[in-house]
Structures are given as structure tokens and as C-alpha cells.
Design a protein around this ligand. Structure first.
Ligand SMILES: *[C@@H]1O[C@H](CO)[C@@H](O)[C@H](O)[C@H]1NC(C)=O
Ligand SMILES: *[C@@H]1O[C@H](CO)[C@@H](O)[C@H](O)[C@H]1NC(C)=O
Ligand SMILES: *[C@@H]1O[C@H](CO)[C@@H](O)[C@H](O)[C@H]1NC(C)=O
Ligand SMILES: *[C@@H]1O[C@H](CO)[C@@H](O)[C@H](O)[C@H]1NC(C)=O
Length: 560
């Protein structure tokens, strides 16, 4: 067949003109079937004698693939190499090559021989393969500020043509500048397959703002574009500034706890610090704070903290401790005698302007000054010295004692009362006891600020001399008062105001009088009847009784 075709071709060549058309291009996919149309798929001429597919070998010589005579004839594979198993032709005279590989990137020519013509249609075949994967490898854990750090290596493996890799930050392409952005590209060719693996290593000098930056690798290929994102990296940078903070809301006061906090602006922050406290260097690990408890004024001064690995990186703070000293003399309970002299001494010193205030029994007052003590001076005195946030207070209780002295002893009588009210008033501390020389009722007493009052009610039947005596542990006092009987006045007062009562009594009297009169009449009648037999009256006894009664009445008639 081959020889027949050759002969046929030779025969045809002599008569017909060889025409070669411009080379078409075709792209096939790696590993799949290459389908190369003959003459762009145009129908074969009516006078077709045969079609032959051939290719151009690497050395430029033609290689036979197959030949097909007539439309309905079976094709004859002429290839003896690798193509023998892979080539075929379909009804449209398309050349089919299975298992496309990069070795198939050649020019295939369809030769159409008819009785009138010999046409050649060359087709240049390219075989493309998208990258099998796009990955970022060897990524870093952190980025360093201002120091180019390898972010990672982006690899687009086994592609044809080679994929192109670009790096992006926050969606914008990164352009290598030789300083902050360094990109090292490389392409490796697999000698067996001819496929290219593109890789690109990005080195990047970060700034603090890059802590949120998203780096991405972009693979660009004729068949597909792929982007792979990286999560933002923490940015590490050394400490440039150390600061020392005193954790206190207001002024630092004596007795406070004071916390020093050292802050370094590096990332990650240092985990340990040196604190320089009163000439001592203390290492504090796993903390940035140091607390001094219950500080006093001597704690004032300069405090410092520094990095452990670079003590030149330090910061200091001057601390001032506010204080108040208060010394009050006397304090506690002070017992003094009335009329004594008494003085109070206040000594205070404070780190600033302190306000002094006094209270007596809870009420504000000026600083107390005593000349001669009176009972009114007694009380609880509190001296308070205060400054912003700080206060000291001391107090004393002043007790002024004295033997009781009766200041007044008076008697009172309500208009119609048949009793008298006696009031005895005395000054003295401790509280005096009252003693009266008469029996009394309704005793009432009160005691405030050293002044005692005792009130009693008496019903004097006679003129009396009443004694009020007061006493406490320091002494006693006595006073007397003449109290006249209430009964005479009672009689004198009777009359106008108590008429109704008298009328009632009069009625009772009249009734009683009538009854008595009747009884007397009866008695007289009985005596008359009896005396009419004896003939005498007895009246002496009655006259004696009357004189005794009138005498008693006279004794009881007194005025107040
Ligand atoms: C100071 O700290 C101590 C112990 O840590 C605590 O008992 C005390 O109450 C603190 N004093 C003040 C004023 O906070
Ligand atoms: C007071 O009353 C009592 C009995 O009630 C009596 O024994 C006493 O003598 C009275 N004293 C005076 C001072 O009247
Ligand atoms: C009380 O009366 C007596 C005589 O009855 C008299 O000597 C005395 O001076 C009087 N006392 C007062 C305080 O009036
Ligand atoms: C009582 O005192 C009054 C004067 O205050 C006097 O007039 C009267 O006689 C006195 N009575 C007796 C019983 O002493």
C-alpha cells in the first residue's frame, strides 16, 4: 500500500501543482486526545484520491503517520515509532492522537491529494497543562519589622506553559524593590515530561501595620488562574521605648499599696523586667508589675524599670508619698474639776496643705480654747486633719466634775390645788442624788449638761420647813424652804367659785338638817316625856366639844 501510495503521489506530483497553506495553530490539553482537523474541517474534494497525515521530526525530516485512500477505505498507519499506537483518523479526516504530551508539540500536516491538486495543510500543535497545584510552602510563623523575612515559597507545579507567579498583599500586587520586597522566582523543567514547575519565594520587611496584612500567591496560566491566601502574620519587633507607670488613681498616700508597671513597646512584649527600687535591682519574671505594700513617706523618690536583656532600655518615675501626722494632747477620757484650767495641744505635719477641723459632740466648731472649765465644756472633741485622699483624726472626751450646788429651790401652787409643787435645781457632775425631808408624790427629775432638776408634789397639812439636799461623790449641798399648810387658803378661797358645789352640799345639808331636826324633835319629845317625870336638861358636854373643834380649826388655818 505504502509503495502504491508513493507511486500514486509521484504520479500526481508530476501533473499537479503542490500547494502548501499557511500553518494553523491548535492547542490541545495534556493527556487528552489531540484532534487535528484537516483543512479546518472543510469537506474533501470530490476527486479525492487519498489523504495522508505526516509530521515534522525534530531534525526537520518528515515522519509518516497514516494514509487513507478513498472516503470509505480503512486508514493505514505508516508510523513505526511511538505514534503507531496513538494515531487514528476519523470520518472528517481529522487526525486523532491519544495521550497528548509535550512531545506532540509539533507541526502535523494533512496532505490531500486529488486528481487535480496536491494540497498540504500544516497545523502547529501546542499542548497545554494547567498547574496540578498551587501551594505556598515553608511559610513563616512571624514577620520581623523592617527585616526581610521569608514569607513563604509559592509553587505552581507541572504546568505547560510554565505558570506565572505573582505575590499580592491585601489584593495589590507586590513589586520587588530589592529592599522591603524581595522575590526570587525559579522555573524547573521536568526532563521526563517537559512540564514546568514555577516557584517564587517572597521575602518581606514588615511594618507594624502589616499585622493585619493578607499575603496571597497568584498563579497565572493560560488555562486557569489560581490564588492562595495566607492568614495574617504577627509582626515581631524589638522594644524601642520602655515606660514606667504608677498604678494609682489619685495621689499616693502613706499606707497605700503602690504598683509599678513596666511597659515595653516591642512585640512580643518582654516577659520579665528589672525593677530598680531604692537602690535594689529586682528581677520580676512572667509579669510586668511589682507591688509595694503599705508604703510610708520614705518610699518617695525615683523608681526605675528596664529590660532584662538590654538594661539601657529603661524608664523612671519620681514618686511622692503624701502623709499627715497628727498628735493631739490629751486624748482619750479626761476628767477635770469645774473651774480648772485645761489646754489642748495639736501638733500636725503634712506633706501638703492640710485642713484642720474640729467637732464637739458631732457638731462643727472652732479649735477649742478653755479658760475656766464649766460643765458646758464637757463633751467629745474630735480633731480632723485632711488632705485630698488622706485624713487623720484624734479625739478626747472631756468630763468636767464638781460637787453639787443647789441653784434654786422654789415652791409653786396651782390656783385651786390642795398640793404644792417643790422644785429643787442643782448643778453638779456626776449626776447628784436628791433627798427631800418630806414625803412626796410624783417625783420627776431631769439631768442635762451638769444641771439637775428634781420636782416633787407635797400636800402640807402644817406649816413645814422642807429641806432639799443634793449629793454626789464630790460633796453635797442643802437648802430649806418654808411651806405653809394648804388648808386655810382652801377655806378662804371657798365661796364664789364653788357655789354649785356648795348648793349641792346645802341641799344635802338641808335634807340632813331636816332629818336631824326630826330626830331632835323625836328626842326632845322623848326627853320631855322622860323629863316631865325627872324635870331637868343636860347641856355641858356639848359646849366642851364645840370649843375643842374650833381650836383645832384655828390651828389648821394657814396662808401660804
Ligand atoms: C495592700 O495589700 C495587702 C496584701 O496584698 C492587703 O491586705 C491590703 O488590704 C492592701 N491595702 C490597701 C490599702 O489596699
Ligand atoms: C412619811 O410616811 C411614812 C409612812 O407612810 C411615815 O412613817 C413617815 O413618818 C413620814 N415621814 C414624814 C417626814 O412625814
Ligand atoms: C422659816 O420659818 C422660821 C420660823 O418659823 C424662820 O425662822 C425662818 O427664817 C424661815 N425661813 C425662811 C427661809 O423663810
Ligand atoms: C403658818 O404660817 C402663817 C404665815 O405664813 C401664819 O400666819 C400661821 O399662823 C402659821 N400657822 C401655824 C399653826 O403656825
Amino acid at each position: 500500500m505504502d509503495s502504491a501510495a508513493f507511486l500514486l503521489l509521484a504520479f500526481v506530483s508530476t501533473e499537479t501543482l503542490l500547494q502548501v497553506w499557511g500553518t494553523e495553530s491548535l492547542t490541545a490539553l495534556y493527556g487528552e486526545i489531540i484532534n487535528i482537523p484537516c483543512n479546518d474541517g472543510a469537506p474533501a474534494p470530490e476527486d479525492l484520491m487519498f489523504v495522508k497525515w505526516k509530521y515534522e521530526k525534530d531534525d526537520g525530516t518528515p515522519g509518516d503517520l497514516l494514509i487513507k485512500q478513498g472516503r470509505n477505505e480503512q486508514a493505514t498507519v505508516q508510523a513505526t515509532d511511538d505514534y503507531a499506537q496513538r494515531v487514528s483518523i476519523d470520518d472528517q479526516l481529522n487526525l486523532l492522537i491519544t495521550q497528548a504530551s509535550l512531545k506532540d508539540q509539533k507541526t502535523f500536516t494533512c496532505m490531500v491529494v486529488s486528481s487535480s491538486n496536491l494540497m498540504e495543510y500544516p497545523v502547529s500543535v501546542a499542548v497545554y497543562k494547567k498547574p496540578s497545584s498551587v501551594e505556598i510552602m515553608d511559610t513563616t510563623a512571624v514577620l520581623l519589622k523592617d527585616k526581610p523575612t521569608t514569607v513563604g515559597t509559592c509553587v505552581a507545579a507541572d504546568a505547560n506553559p510554565a505558570a506565572m507567579i505573582t505575590w499580592k498583599k491585601n489584593g495589590n500586587p507586590l513589586v520587588a524593590d530589592g529592599k522591603a520586597v524581595l522575590i526570587t522566582p525559579s522555573i524547573k523543567l521536568d526532563p521526563a515530561t517537559g512540564l514546568s514547575t514555577t516557584s517564587s519565594t517572597l521575602q518581606y520587611a514588615a511594618s507594624k501595620e502589616d499585622a493585619v496584612a493578607v499575603f496571597a500567591c497568584m498563579s497565572t496560566h493560560k488555562l486557569t488562574n489560581q490564588e492562595t491566601d495566607l492568614k495574617p502574620f504577627p509582626i515581631h519587633y524589638p522594644t524601642e521605648k520602655v515606660s514606667l507607670q504608677i498604678m494609682s488613681k489619685g495621689p499616693i498616700l502613706e499606707g497605700d499599696n503602690m504598683t509599678l508597671k513596666c511597659h515595653a513597646d516591642g512585640n512580643p512584649p518582654p516577659s520579665s523586667f528589672f525593677f530598680h527600687i531604692k537602690g535594689q535591682k529586682l528581677l520580676v519574671e512572667n509579669s510586668d508589675s511589682y507591688t509595694l505594700t503599705d508604703i510610708n513617706r520614705a518610699a518617695g523618690g525615683e523608681y526605675k524599670c528596664s529590660l532584662v536583656d538590654n538594661e539601657k532600655m529603661d524608664a523612671s518615675q519620681s514618686i511622692f508619698v503624701s502623709y499627715i501626722d497628727l498628735s493631739l494632747t490629751p486624748t482619750g477620757k479626761v476628767v477635770k474639776a469645774e473651774g480648772d484650767t485645761f489646754s489642748v495641744k495639736v501638733e500636725k505635719s503634712a506633706s501638703g496643705d492640710a485642713k484642720v477641723s474640729w467637732t464637739k459632740n458631732g457638731k462643727a466648731m472652732k479649735e477649742p480654747v478653755f479658760s475656766k472649765l464649766t460643765y458646758a465644756d464637757a463633751g467629745v472633741y474630735v480633731c480632723e486633719v485632711s488632705m485630698t485622699g488622706l485624713m487623720r483624726r484624734q479625739s478626747f472626751e472631756l468630763v468636767v466634775e464638781g460637787k453639787p450646788v443647789i441653784t434654786s429651790l422654789t415652791k409653786h401652787r396651782a390656783d385651786d390645788a390642795n398640793y404644792k409643787v417643790l422644785i429643787c435645781e442643782a448643778a453638779g457632775v456626776p449626776e447628784p442624788n436628791f433627798m427631800w425631808s418630806v414625803n412626796s408624790t410624783n417625783e420627776e427629775s431631769s439631768y442635762t449638761s451638769g444641771r439637775a432638776t428634781n420636782k416633787i408634789t407635797v400636800i402640807p397639812k402644817l406649816n413645814l420647813t422642807v429641806t432639799c439636799s443634793v449629793s454626789n461623790k464630790l460633796g453635797e449641798d442643802i437648802m430649806t424652804i418654808n411651806v405653809s399648810s394648804v388648808f386655810k387658803e382652801e377655806k378662804e378661797k371657798k365661796g364664789s367659785q364653788e357655789e354649785s358645789e356648795d348648793q349641792a352640799k346645802l341641799i344635802v345639808g338641808v335634807v340632813a338638817g331636816l332629818l336631824i331636826a326630826a330626830a331632835i324633835v323625836g328626842l326632845i319629845y322623848w326627853l320631855y316625856m322622860k323629863n316631865s317625870r325627872q324635870g331637868s336638861w343636860k347641856t355641858g358636854e356639848k359646849e366642851v366639844g364645840t370649843s375643842e373643834e374650833s381650836k383645832k380649826l384655828e390651828e389648821n388655818n394657814h396662808t401660804v
